[in-house]
Ligand binder design. Structure first.
Ligand SMILES: [Zn+2]
Length: 323
């Protein structure tokens, strides 16, 4: 009996050893295969995703600011920069892990583009700290729209709608895009009269000021944001989340869609909701429009982007700079 039990234990142990060895061999073969297929070490998988995202982000930026971003540069220590028309270089990623507040106050291009703005219908106020587009890179905005009040003012043009003049930045097609959006909305109100009262009277556009409670310039300071007709449930500081939700439920999404199609993001898709606020941010809309899930698994890295002459030129610049 004792002998049999020992034999049985030996057999079990032997069996476990065999299974372990077979598992180890299978795992090695499997990871070797993945490494070969992707031509990379499996440990660098995260970095492939990062490298791809960086190229795609820079392409979005070049498409969004075609007259202002002229080139891409990689420094000897591996930092990647976009090169502006003025010659100024803006760093893509400072490599620092940041809290939500740090991203808002000191975000870089990578932070700005990290969160995907939902181009689809959203039926509720976003969860806490989900605020796509709320991170802004001020050095970029200053380069494109003006780096002082005087400079911004000199770039303003009046767009006329609802019986009043709306000053908006003329650079990078901002005023032109606002004009087109408001025209489309005006046409919509001819069929859907009730929409008019959600848009007009327009509450404001250019206003050189800091965001309440911060030392950050509001996007209104650059003449790239417009507040439509105001309601006291529109802003997270004025209203509870429930009141904001109520307002969101009633808000005509046709208006939102028209603005988004013209490269504006909507503050109704932020946890720090700002429902009357629309902001011209072509890089955020372009990133969402051409975003591909698991893009790091697909060749070429610019999969999903339109391959017209301009875009191919940017792709070349990016490939030459980052290899
Ligand atoms: Zn606003």
């Amino acid at each position: 009996m004792v002998i049999n039990l020992m034999k049985f234990r030996t057999k079990v142990l032997f069996g476990i050893m065999i299974i372990t060895i077979i598992s180890l061999i299978t795992a090695s073969i499997f990871s070797w295969k993945i490494m070969n297929e992707n031509n990379v070490n499996i440990l660098n998988y995260g970095s492939i995703y990062y490298e791809r995202t960086m190229r795609r982000d820079i392409l979005c930026l070049m498409m969004a600011y075609p007259e202002y971003i002229l080139d891409v540069k990689k420094s000897e220590n591996g930092n990647v920069f976009i090169v502006m028309k003025s010659g100024k270089q803006i760093l893509y990623d400072d490599g620092r892990e940041k809290s939500y507040n740090e991203r808002i106050h000191n975000g870089d291009l990578q932070d700005m583009l990290e969160e995907i703005y939902p181009l689809w219908y959203t039926d509720s106020i976003m969860d806490k700290n989900n605020d796509p587009g709320r991170v802004r890179v001020y050095s970029l905005l200053e380069e494109v729209y003006g780096s002082s009040k005087e400079q911004v003012v000199s770039n303003l043009e009046n767009v006329y709608a609802g019986g009043r003049a709306i000053p908006f930045n003329n650079n990078n097609k901002a005023a032109q895009s606002l004009k087109k959006a408001l025209q489309e909305i005006y046409e919509l109100t001819r069929e859907r009269g009730e929409i008019y009262s959600y848009v007009f009277p327009i509450n404001g556009s250019f206003n050189y000021r800091v965001i309440a409670g911060t030392n950050l310039l509001s996007p209104h300071s650059f003449g790239i944001a417009i507040d439509l007709k105001s309601d006291n449930r529109d802003y997270w500081k004025w209203a509870t989340k429930e009141q904001g939700q109520e307002r969101l439920d009633s808000y005509p999404r046709e208006v939102v869609k028209i603005f988004e199609e013209n490269n504006f993001i909507w503050g109704g898709k932020w946890s720090y909701f700002d429902i009357l606020h629309f902001e011209y941010r072509p890089e955020i809309i372009i990133k969402s429009k051409y975003f591909v899930e698991n893009h790091e698994m697909i060749e070429p890295w610019y999969y999903g982007f339109p391959e017209d002459e301009e875009v191919l030129r940017y792709i070349n610049l990016i490939e030459n700079a980052i290899n």
